[in-house]
Design a protein around this ligand. Structure first.
Ligand SMILES: [Zn+2]
Length: 53
């Protein structure tokens, strides 16, 4: 099986890696109301939803 690389990550693990890489550089969209919040925002500017969950 030379050359075969099996990557078996859950969606949650992939999300964590993406967040590690892109971290605070991408805007955050509120999961509740969909408003775009600035990178690094901890709470939604519109509804106050916790964006760190
Ligand atoms: Zn919101």
């Amino acid at each position: 099986m030379a050359g075969e690389l099996k990557v078996d990550l859950t969606d949650e693990q992939i999300k964590e890696i993406v967040e590690d890489v892109y971290g605070e550089t991408k805007p955050k969209f509120c999961p509740k109301c969909g408003v775009k919040n600035p990178a690094g925002a901890k709470h939604c500017k519109k509804c106050g939803e916790n964006l760190l969950k």
